[in-house]
Design a protein around this ligand. Structure first.
Ligand code: DAH
Length: 338
């Protein structure tokens, strides 16, 4: 009877338990050192000896029942805690993911890559040179001696009398020839930054150019024409026409200004081509014998062609951009359009 009462009290208390802490308290209360079941066992000694075995058995049975019950409830609580944890931590794979914002190459870099791709497909390699350049390479070795009036075509940033920020990529021609002469052939392009004292809607103090140079025996003006026409059709489309106009550069003879049929109106005449149907995109010519000689080639045996173009102008025509300064503003809305 006493045991039955104990069991009922245990059940009454254990049924209110909702977590492992509470369960531990009940366990101590009934089975701990001073717990009720433990005390009942201790109290057996107060019974007359003949009643002890049966009473002892009953309490031990009760003790085992409580132990089993506690064990079962503990497992249930552990499982419930685990389920709760798992359901809270679960990853919902149907939720939309976080998309990473990818950057892009600057439109000028994209144009540069395209140009490099076209010329390398024709067997040209890429060469580079310093942006801080010697007067000798930037001017003198290109047949532009000191005080030559053609130096006025390129307003320069001088660092000392003999050192300046290069005004064009042409000095790379000289550096490459100097290095390889008298070996043949040379077929290089050289994209890179150049600097001039200019600043308006179509000029920036820093801009990008790409130079080209081919030197070998029997290089003719028709080779220059063929290479440039292939380039132009690749870059601006197969319908694009090319026109060469006689011009002057100190480092080429003869020299030409190279036009393409207007990419906007197709040659009919519009605002962009100022009604002419043509757009100027680069300068070119046969390498001047004096330039070849200064670099270490025998100009009676060797000829070459060269060309140079501004990348901003080409990018503006390709993408229909009307202000060169947009390339340098770093406005993300503009840059994301390409
Ligand atoms: N260096 C010239 C400039 O910046 C462009 C140029 C014209 C380069 C004719 C050449 C060339 O190699 O043959 O205006």
């Amino acid at each position: 009877m006493h045991n039955e009462e104990l069991w009922q009290r245990y059940m009454g208390e254990i049924s209110k338990v909702s977590n492992l802490n509470e369960l531990q308290t009940i366990k101590v209360k009934f089975l701990g050192k001073k717990g009720e079941v433990t005390l009942a066992l201790k109290n057996l000694k107060d019974l007359p000896p003949e009643l002890r075995p049966e009473a002892g058995q009953k309490i031990n049975t009760l003790k085992r029942l409580i132990e089993e019950d506690l064990e079962k409830r503990e497992q249930e609580l552990l499982q419930r805690a685990l389920d709760e944890k798992l359901s809270k931590e679960a990853i919902d794979v149907t939720l939309p993911g976080y998309s990473l914002k990818l950057g892009k190459l600057h439109p000028l870099t994209q144009v540069q890559h395209r140009i490099v791709e076209i010329f390398t497909s024709m067997g040209f390699s890429v060469a580079t040179g310093p942006e801080i350049e010697k007067d000798y390479y930037n001017f003198e070795a290109l047949n532009l001696p000191k005080d030559h009036p053609a130096r006025d075509m390129q307003d320069s940033f001088y660092i000392t009398e003999e050192v300046l920020l290069r005004t064009h990529t042409s000095p790379v021609q000289v550096r490459v020839m100097e290095k390889y002469a008298p070996n043949l052939p040379i077929k290089i392009i050289s994209p890179g930054k150049v600097y001039r004292r200019d600043d308006d809607a179509t000029h920036s103090p820093m801009f990008a150019q790409c130079e080209g140079l081919a030197v070998d025996r029997n290089i003719r003006f028709s080779d220059l024409k063929g290479v440039l026409l292939t380039f132009i059709k690749e870059l601006f489309g197969p319908k694009t026409k090319m026109r060469l106009r006689p011009s002057y550069f100190p480092f080429t003879e003869p020299s030409a200004e190279v036009d393409i049929s207007c990419v906007i109106c197709g040659g009919l005449g519009c605002k962009v081509c100022k009604g002419s149907g043509w757009l100027e995109i680069l300068g070119a010519g046969m390498v001047h014998p004096r330039v070849l000689e200064m670099a270490g080639y025998d100009s009676s045996m060797v000829t070459g062609f060269a060309f140079g173009m501004g990348l901003e102008r080409i990018a503006m025509l390709l993408y229909g951009i009307d202000d060169l300064r947009l390339f340098y503003d770093n406005d993300i809305r503009f840059l994301q359009m390409f």
